[in-house]
Each structure stands twice: as structure tokens, then as C-alpha cells.
Design a protein around this ligand. Structure first.
Ligand SMILES: NC(=O)c1ccc[n+]([C@@H]2O[C@H](COP(=O)([O-])OP(=O)(O)OC[C@H]3O[C@@H](n4cnc5c(N)ncnc54)[C@H](O)[C@@H]3O)[C@@H](O)[C@H]2O)c1
Length: 264
């Protein structure tokens, strides 16, 4: 199962957020297959547990990344058990199915989407709290654990939609652009302490999030000139590369992984 990379994370302690589904679940599976002790964190603790049940050396944690105390507790638990954390992949994130529905309705009706004027403060804050505040909470906790040991690798999951911003999806785009800039600033600070931080920015990927995308919108992403929706495993492989020693000289990178849809 580990393939040519079997043993790449042997003896490493890894924490994955959003590990109950999609990209995070694929990362947890890949890390375990490559030898890591995996802590699989998700706000949906049952989903995290279902993923860890299939894996060797894996433990579920129930964590809401928007809650700093939750995040700190999870890192404390890792340190209590192993005394350190070697790799962190932060894949927890949310979409906004209501905004997607409005965009799809406009597409079907051949009208331009009108979302921003209708977007409630709660919808704005939910996306920012999880995607941006959550990334801050997780990066902060990771640095507190990793910097004193002068070692560690962090991978955050951004999005191609921070670059090719979709009309009608401003909160998601802003949250991911913020997560990219946050990761890059922290990367430049952290490397002085031997900790590498990088980001993978996926394009459309076949996950629970994609299942919540209305068919009309999905068709817009189906373009025979580019690769189809990525599999979660394809994105996980990139995250694992960034977390591995093979990426020793990558610091503050935002790797766009969108199958050729556009370049930056
Ligand atoms: N699927 C795509 O097309 C796509 C494209 C670009 C970026 N992304 C990003 O990839 C990451 C993973 O998403 P996915 O596509 O695998 O979606 P997903 O919905 O399949 O998985 C996301 C996981 O995060 C968890 N989660 C949500 N809020 C949380 C919180 N507050 N605290 C802890 N866990 C929480 C969910 O329970 C879920 O298990 C997200 O950051 C997403 O924005 C996805």
C-alpha cells in the first residue's frame, strides 16, 4: 500500500485535520501506509474514527479547528503520547453549499450570479472562522510544538479558487487567499526555527465538498482539454511530498494542483 514510498514516514508522528473525509482522509491513509503514527482530527469525530479503524497506528481526535482550545487540546494529546510532532497536514475546511446553489441557479437561468448582496454575516463568518481562523489556530499550535525542537513540516490546504476567484463565492476565495498569505508569512518566520511550512492549492477534487456542488456547476469544471477532477489521493500525494524530507528546500510554496485549468 505504501508503494515506492513505503517507510518514508516510518517512526514519524503526524497530525491530520479534516481527516474524516476527502483529502484529509486520503492523507491519513497515505501517511499510515508509509509508516507514520497518525492522529486523525475532525469536527466529525465518528468520521475520523471510521478512517482510523482501517489503519495501523492511528487515533481519532474530535477537534473543531475554529475553536482554539480544541486545537490546543489536540496538540497537547499528541505531545503527551509521543513528546513531539513531526508532520502536520491541515486539510479541515468548509464550503458554502447555499452560495453554490445560488451560483448554479444563475447558471441554469443564464443570468449572472448575485450572491454578495444576499450573503449573511453568519455565512461570511462561518467560512472565515473555519478556513482562515482555523488555519491560524493550527499553525500557531504547530509552531509551539515544533519550533523548540527545531524540526517539523507543516502543510496547509488552500485552494485554486484564491487565484481564479469565482463570482458569487467571495467568502471562500477570501478565506483561502488569506490562508495562503498566512501560511507564507508563517513559513518565512518558522524556517529560522527549522520548521517548514508549505501549501497545496487544489483545483476541483472528488470529495465530500465536490458532492455538495450542484450538477450545473460541476459541468462547468468538466473540460476535456484539462485533467478531470483530481482524486483525493492525487492531492494527498502532493501534501505528503511537501511534508517529506524530499521537499527540504521548499518553504512558503503554494503549489497549485489543478490539472492544467489555469496557471499563475
Ligand atoms: N474538493 C475540492 O474541490 C477542493 C478544492 C480546493 C480546495 N479544497 C480544500 O481541501 C480541504 C479538504 O476538503 P475536502 O474537499 O476533502 O472536503 P470534505 O468536505 O470531503 O472534507 C473536509 C473535512 O473537514 C472537516 N471539517 C469541517 N469543518 C471543520 C472544523 N471546523 N474543524 C475540524 N474539521 C472540520 C469535515 O468534517 C470533513 O471531514 C479543504 O480545506 C477545502 O477547502 C477542496
Amino acid at each position: 500500500m505504501g508503494g515506492e514510498h513505503a517507510g518514508r514516514f516510518e517512526g514519524r508522528v503526524a497530525l491530520v485535520t479534516g481527516a474524516g473525509s476527502g483529502i484529509g482522509a486520503a492523507v491519513a491513509r497515505r501517511l499510515a501506509a508509509q509508516g507514520a503514527e497518525v492522529f486523525a482530527a475532525d469536527i466529525d469525530g465518528l468520521a475520523a474514527e471510521a478512517v482510523t479503524k482501517e489503519l495501523p497506528r492511528a487515533r481519532p481526535l474530535t477537534v473543531d479547528v475554529a475553536e482554539p482550545a480544541d486545537v490546543d487540546r489536540a496538540f497537547d494529546e499528541v505531545v503527551r503520547r509521543h513528546g513531539r510532532l513531526d508532520a502536520l497536514v491541515h486539510a479541515a475546511g468548509v464550503d458554502d453549499p447555499t452560495a453554490k446553489e445560488w451560483i448554479a441557479e444563475a447558471l441554469v437561468g443564464n443570468r449572472p450570479p448575485e450572491v454578495t448582496g444576499r450573503l449573511g454575516g453568519d455565512a461570511w463568518r462561518r467560512v472565515m472562522r473555519v478556513n482562515l481562523d482555523g488555519t491560524f489556530h493550527v499553525l500557531r499550535a504547530a509552531l509551539r510544538v515544533m519550533a523548540p525542537r527545531r524540526a517539523g513540516a507543516v502543510v496547509t490546504v488552500g485552494s485554486s479558487s484564491a487565484f481564479d476567484t469565482q463570482p458569487g463565492y467571495p467568502h471562500y476565495a477570501a478565506s483561502k487567499a488569506g490562508a495562503h498569505a498566512l501560511s507564507q508569512s508563517v513559513a518565512k518566520e518558522a524556517i529560522a526555527f527549522g520548521v517548514r511550512v508549505n501549501t497545496v492549492a487544489p483545483g476541483p477534487t472528488e470529495t465530500g465538498m465536490a458532492e455538495r456542488t450542484p450538477a450545473a456547476l460541476r459541468q462547468g469544471f468538466a473540460d476535456p482539454r484539462v485533467r478531470p477532477y483530481a482524486t483525493p489521493e492525487e492531492i494527498a500525494d502532493i501534501a505528503l511530498f511537501l511534508a517529506s524530507d524530499e521537499a527540504a528546500n521548499l518553504v512558503g510554496a503554494v503549489l497549485l494542483a489543478n490539472g492544467g485549468r489555469f496557471t499563475v
